[in-house]
Design a protein. Structure first.
Lengths: 295, 275
């Protein structure tokens, strides 16, 4: 049924977008790689080939080691926190309680807000001032008699980055809940009913039937949250500004490139973030699209 | 008997739900309680107290500080979202209903663009914008959002059009409709929900973006997020004004969420390739 003219028209219609993506995604990644292999340090472009020098220096750099440590701590807490809170909320909301849609909307609204807004507000909620200058959540803990919870938040030595996971979980756990809720809704009622007739308790039904069925959802959530946490940037900047103790690769990339004009190193960091994300996303995309084709 | 125990114990489920409600509302409470306090009542010590009388001083001051940036954001986001959704619709139409050879290879290549960390393209992007003379301004930032929005907008429309029966297209072809006629007369009128999804998705994304804006615009053209972050980092602006300013920056996307939440969620889930 298709004629040549239609094929030409259809290619002509999508080609501007395809070319734009080819240039802005693939072309620019290639260009970044080229810069990462160069000695470019300073305002003027310098494409002198230095091979892997920027990468090797980076891995010896104590600041980058802090970045890797911070990313690991943040990712663990953020992803773990979102999965746990999201799953618990989804199971609670799956009980057919009154007001379910209200709670669902409420838990999801932080997704509509910018990380910058979240960061600015949590900056004051997590005000680390102690003693008579207590404020924010610490003051609330004090008022509620929960003094043992009072802490230094993101100014805690060594572990400050852990505090940033709190606003991040605040922002993204509702989204995780929505993913799980979608999964729970696809578990058929007849399956649950059959298990009940066989004498399974509600807890057993979740433990042995529903949770295993939710594994694919957990995998998707893990990948989406994981790739967000590998590039976390604005939330830290807005909560705490640029501090070495809370440094992560994306902030290092930003400061070394645009404040320090060390383009070679900045590009190398960008490529490393890309590789870490690609390890997660490429297999995921591959399997999801293949599944879609089979369906 | 057992049923009644089950239903009574169900009330306990509200305890964790209400605790979590408090957790999610905490920041909103502080933003509003602080924002509506008169200057005289503002103090970090009384952060959790409600205002004794309503005052708009904080919001007025925040608006005065951010008004130009608010307008920058609006000028950036509205045309950007419209262009993005039109592009996505055309791409989705072709990739769903006029597959040419290679279309199945191109689609995942486009999709990957959705997941890349933008740090890996930032340096070429800045150099490119400088070369074509769009660095510093709003149009360059808008172009950036449009291009990096192509994957998600194309995906959303493609999935939607793919779900429409092919017979619809075949029948129209029999009646002599061409590639444009089918799009204009049949698919476009059916695409309103997808347009809403994509429009609010792109609106929210570019409204909330910080990374592109901070590297691509000069301070005259800063959108709201960059100005807000700058304001929060300064020692001169009081924290209460920061709270009011944060609320102002959050209001447009919150309103979209409150009134069009269903569509917002659809966009969100298609970002995970589901739905």
């Amino acid at each position: 049924m298709k004629n040549k003219k239609d094929t030409i028209i259809s290619i002509a219609l999508v080609s501007p977008s395809i070319i734009a993506v080819l240039i802005f995604v693939y072309g620019f990644i290639a260009w970044s790689m080229r810069v990462s292999f160069s000695a470019w340090k300073g305002l003027l472009p310098d494409y002198t080939w230095v091979g892997l020098k920027n990468y090797i220096e980076l891995f010896k750099d104590p600041r980058f080691q802090i970045d890797i440590r911070n990313t690991l701590i943040f990712t663990g807490l953020f992803v773990g926190g979102c999965l746990l809170v999201g799953l618990v909320l989804a199971i609670l909301l799956d009980q057919g309680l009154r007001g379910e849609s209200f709670f669902r909307s409420l838990f999801l609204f932080p997704m509509a807000i910018s990380f910058i807004v979240t960061g600015v507000v949590w900056r004051w909620l997590m005000n680390p001032a102690q003693g008579s200058r207590l404020s924010g959540l610490n003051l609330l803990f004090d008022n509620l008699g929960l003094d043992f919870l009072i802490n230094l938040w993101h100014t805690t030595p060594q572990w400050g980055i852990a505090a940033i996971a709190l606003p991040a979980v605040w922002q993204m756990s509702g989204y995780t809940m929505a993913l799980y809720l979608g999964g729970l809704r696809s578990v058929s009622e007849s399956l649950r009913e059959a298990a009940r007739i066989d004498g399974a308790s509600e807890i057993q039904i979740y433990r042995y039937i529903i949770l295993p069925l939710l594994r694919p959802v957990t995998l998707s959530a893990l990948i989406i949250l994981g790739h967000i946490s590998l590039k976390v940037f604005d939330l830290i900047i807005a909560t705490a500004g640029k501090q070495v103790a809370l440094d992560v690769p994306s902030i290092y990339m930003w400061t070394t490139t645009f404040d320090g004009n060390f383009f070679g190193r900045g590009a190398a960091i960008g490529i490393l973030i890309l590789l870490s994300v690609a390890v997660l996303v490429v297999p995921y995309l591959y399997f999801t699209l293949r599944q879609e084709e089979q369906a | 008997m057992e049923a009644s125990i089950r239903s009574r114990s169900r009330y306990w489920l509200y305890v964790p739900l209400l605790l979590m409600t408090a957790f999610y509302l905490l920041p909103i409470y502080v933003m509003l309680a602080t924002g509506f306090k008169p200057f005289a009542e503002v103090s970090l010590k009384t952060m959790w107290d409600l205002p004794t009388r309503f005052s708009f001083e904080n919001f007025v001051e925040a608006y005065n500080a951010l008004a130009p940036n608010l307008w920058n954001s609006i000028r950036l986001v509205i045309p950007g979202a419209i262009i993005s959704s039109m592009l996505g619709s055309v791409n989705g139409y072709i990739l769903a209903k006029w597959k040419f050879r290679g279309a199945d290879i191109i689609f995942p290549l486009i999709l990957f663009g959705m997941f890349i960390p933008y740090q890996s393209v930032l340096i070429p992007l800045v150099l490119f914008m400088k070369t074509i003379g769009m660095y510093g301004g709003i149009s360059g930032l808008m172009l950036t959002h449009i291009i990096y929005g192509i994957p998600i907008t194309t995906l959303t429309f493609r999935n939607y059009y793919a779900s429409l029966p092919t017979e619809l297209i075949e029948a129209a072809k029999m009646d002599g409709a061409g590639i444009f006629g089918i799009y204009w007369n049949i698919l476009l009128p059916l695409s309103v929900p997808s347009f809403v999804v994509v429009l609010i998705w792109q609106f929210t994304q570019s409204w909330n973006d910080f990374l592109f804006a901070v590297v691509l615009t000069n301070n005259k053209n800063w959108p709201l997020t960059v100005a807000l972050n700058n304001l929060a980092g300064s020692q001169i602006i009081e924290w209460n004004v920061q709270m009011a300013a944060s609320f102002l920056a959050a209001v447009p996307t919150l309103l979209v969420y409150i009134f069009l939440g269903r569509y917002f969620l659809r966009g969100l889930l298609s970002g995970s390739l589901k739905g």
